[in-house]
Design a protein around this ligand. Structure first.
Ligand SMILES: [Zn+2]
Length: 71
């Protein structure tokens, strides 16, 4: 299963890991790394009848949902 948010579609993307050393912080090496989103499984009410479904959501969407639920 893909590591992706089911609400906003946020997924992992690649970046460089930059190894530095010394006072001037000169660059030793660059290597590829992956930025992963913070995905959590959560049971979410999907319609007004109280039907729940387990979804994989990023923590940003979870926060948004709790703000909507409180108002
Ligand atoms: Zn999301």
């Amino acid at each position: 299963m893909a590591r992706k948010c089911e609400m906003c579609g946020k997924g992992s993307h690649s970046a460089n890991h930059v190894a530095r050393r010394g006072l001037g912080q000169y660059v030793l090496a660059r290597s590829k790394r992956v930025h992963k989103p913070n995905i959590q499984k959560k049971c979410v009410m999907i319609n007004i009848n109280g039907q729940y479904k387990q979804m994989r959501l990023c923590t940003r969407c979870l926060r948004t949902l709790t703000h909507i639920a409180r108002t």
